[in-house]
Ligand binder design. Structure first.
Ligand code: C5P
Length: 317
């Protein structure tokens, strides 16, 4: 049996609109997701044991059943008992580079990587749609993390429609190391504050979901009009997170003033990103932000957009 090393890329939300409640307790969303080349490295080694073992370079990350990589392994064990019987367990080592609880889908990407890795190790021959269906059982963002690139995500976030990949653009990312935002907290507060405006009727929800395909942002992406892409960035969850976390609001303001095509919080935050036309521009914005905000807890990165989700780095005996 082979070992595999995979890259699991982070995502940002270029667009996140909350339309209404779903019967399953989640929200009906319209999102445009974008992979970036900030990635965790996931090593999978068959261990000859009847168990999965999870290791992580970041002690902040729990290696129990709250870890999506572990949950992905247990899901594969349940779904493919014959493969589990034949091949047994795997040691999964997560080399963490994506910040945790940051709105960048780091945990989701790790879960997606384990699905892809076990499919390879157990020689299941699953198709991408089959892996995405399993991924949806783990979390709303996990299906996107499998294939990555640029995509429209509707429903809970699990229904994907690819759109032309955005390449050649860069992002600056900013996050306070000690600050994390709970996704359920952000959505629950959004519901408390804005449920009166939710679309109640199922057909109207479907109609609004479908409208994203002809939206200004999708058109700007199709035409590779980076100025307009920057203008049309949107995230409803900012209305909850920014008033509560003034540091994040201040970070957004500072990064926006430093330049770039547009600045927005990603997912439920607290990471803020600025879309940039080039690596040089991204580097300049990073430096300016660092000079303005001198808090040693603030971490800043730059990364290019990516057209890929999970990829194989090495494959060995
Ligand atoms: O699907 P996932 O486990 O990533 O979702 C985390 C939390 O985010 C959910 O428990 C829910 O509170 C919220 N959520 C939501 N509607 C969605 C996606 C997530 O309310 N479409």
């Amino acid at each position: 049996m082979r070992n595999y090393t995979l890259l699991a890329r982070a995502k940002i939300n270029l667009y996140l609109e909350i339309l209404g409640d779903r019967p399953d307790g989640y929200h009906e969303l319209v999102m445009i997701m974008q992979s970036i080349n900030l990635a965790d490295k996931i090593e999978l080694h068959p261990n000859g044991l009847q168990e999965f073992r999870i290791f992580c370079t970041d002690p902040q990350v729990p290696c129990d059943t709250t870890n999506l990589a572990y949950r992905a392994a247990l899901l594969m064990q349940t779904k493919y008992p014959q493969a589990w019987e034949n091949y047994g367990g795997v040691d999964i080592t997560i080399h963490k580079h994506i910040p945790v609880a940051a709105g960048l889908a780091g945990g989701s990407a790790n879960g997606a990587a384990v699905l892809v890795g076990l499919d390879l190790i157990w020689k299941l021959g699953l198709t991408q749609p089959e892996i995405e269906t399993l991924a949806a059982l783990l979390g709303s963002d996990v299906p996107f993390c499998v294939g990555g690139g640029t995509a429209i995500a509707t429903g809970r976030g699990e229904k994907l429609a690819p759109i032309p990949d955005l390449e050649d653009l860069w992002v600056v990312l900013g996050k306070y190391n000690q600050l994390s935002v709970s996704t359920p907290w952000a959505y629950t507060n959004y519901r408390q504050k804005f449920a009166h405006g939710y679309i109640k009727d199922f057909q109207t929800l479907q109609y609004h979901g479908a409208r994203i395909h002809s939206s200004s942002l999708v058109q700007a992406i199709a035409h590779k009009d980076s100025q307009k892409i920057g203008q049309y960035l949107h995230n409803d969850l900012e209305k909850i997170v920014l008033p509560e976390y003034t540091l994040v609001a201040q970070l957004k303001e500072t990064m926006a003033k430093a330049g770039g095509l547009g600045t927005m919080m990603s997912g439920s935050g607290p990471t803020v990103f600025t879309l940039c036309a080039s690596e040089n521009e991204a580097q300049a914005i990073l430096e300016k932000t660092r000079q303005t905000l001198t808090d040693s807890d603030l971490r800043l990165w730059i990364a290019p957009l990516s057209s890929q989700g999970i990829t194989i780095v090495t494959e060995g005996k």
